[in-house]
Ligand binder design. Structure first.
Ligand code: SAM
Ligand code: DTB
Ligand code: SF4
Length: 335
């Protein structure tokens, strides 16, 4: 097993990122095989439980109220609909359901009560439950943990320096604070970013430095390729090259050897060959199901055919136990 470090310098991460491509893939694949079952892929399915009308100004996001993007704005879904989606996702091979809400932050109101009920109901289906609801206080994180929440997604998106260019309605520190609150409640942390926002390679490296120097690495790091959506300020951004995706995934794999690196948004634009390269470079998780939150994603059947072809297998839910039953989060080795 590779030593898990928390003191990576920018220079070290940059050297890794700029390694000749095939050497980089080889090194990442080696780290992957030394630390994980490289043929096992964790599958999450997303559902948007509250869509659109968000007060934030995230420049990439189709759900921000201030951009005219034509998303199907809706209030919080009934629990039954979420349970039905969870059952469908489970039948499609997903071990985890991730519920997203277009909120700046959680408020202690009826809608949060409803989310808590959804978490309990999906947990009862023996699926891992993840939420991404915006900023959380310590007590809200604890309430989610008590309801059986497995993971919380809260992305850093880009570097601290670049953050103001992408989002002005909250700060990087706000983001880090929520991640800390999630940690304190012993919920598994899912935090990563987006490439293709117009950031520099230095910004990507700096974001990886922040993630890999956390006292405990996030159990999951999503690497999203920007899905440019008409009406958002980033609609005209050129698509990111698959080589950038591969470099980002491989570098994340090397600096956070035991983390699940998630090949996230952008797969509809990628061929099976390109996705295979990402798995080779250390990706060990995907979002499956025909929709991400508001944009298209490959269907379950297509992904299962790809798994069959590549010899990959879906990871079972709660493979290493339920986090809140373990004495501590490290021991449960959750991902
Ligand atoms: N409102 C909550 C928040 O911002 O944390 C949760 C939902 S938000 C849509 C979750 C994540 O989706 C964002 O942090 C961002 O990384 C990702 N995302 C949103 N729009 C995207 C896009 N167009 N392309 C790629 N990733 C996107
Ligand atoms: C993450 O890192 N990517 C997912 C999930 N976490 C919540 C969301 C991607 C959203 C892509 C744009 C959309 O479908 O609205
Ligand atoms: Fe709102 Fe989240 Fe979209 Fe930002 S990323 S506009 S906070 S839904």
């Amino acid at each position: 097993m590779t030593e898990v470090r928390h003191d990576w310098t920018k220079e070290e991460i940059s050297d890794i990122y700029h390694t000749p491509l095939l050497d980089l893939i080889y090194r990442a694949a080696t780290v992957h095989r030394e630390n994980k079952d490289y043929a096992e892929v964790q599958i999450s399915s997303l559902i948007s439980v509250k869509t659109g009308g968000c007060p934030e100004d995230c420049a990439y996001c189709p759900q921000a109220a201030r951009y005219q993007t034509g998303v199907n704005v809706h209030a919080i879904l009934p629990k039954e609909e979420v349970v039905a989606a969870a059952q469908k996702a489970k039948a499609g091979g997903a071990s985890r359901l991730c519920m997203g809400a277009a909120w700046r932050e959680v408020r202690d109101n009826r809608d949060f009560d409803k989310v808590i009920e959804m978490v309990q109901a999906v947990n009862e289906l023996d699926m891992e439950v993840c939420c991404t609801l915006g900023m959380l206080t310590e007590s809200q994180a604890q309430r989610l943990a008590d309801a059986g929440l497995y993971a919380y997604n809260h992305n850093l998106d880009t570097s601290e320096d670049d953050y103001k260019r992408i989002i002005t309605t909250r700060t990087y520190d706000d983001r880090l604070k929520t991640i800390e609150n999630v940690r304190k409640a012993k919920i598994s942390v899912c935090s990563g970013g987006i490439i293709g926002l117009g950031e520099t390679v230095e910004d990507r490296i700096s974001m990886l430095k922040t993630l890999s120097n956390m006292p405990q690495h996030p159990e999951s790091v999503p690497v999203n390729a920007l899905v440019p959506v008409e009406g958002t300020p980033l609609a005209e951004q050129p698509r990111v090259s698959v080589w950038d995706m591969v470099r980002m995934i491989a570098t994340a794999r090397i600096v956070m050897p035991r983390t699940v690196v998630r090949l996230s948004a952008g797969r509809t634009e990628m061929s099976t060959v390109e996705q295979a390269l990402c798995f080779m470079a250390g990706a060990s998780s995907i979002f499956a199901g025909e929709k991400l939150l508001t944009t298209p994603n490959p269907a379950f059947d297509e992904d299962m055919a790809m798994f069959e072809l590549l010899g990959l297998t879906p990871r079972k839910a709660f493979k290493n136990g339920r986090p809140h039953q373990a004495k501590n989060i490290e021991e449960s080795v959750i991902a």
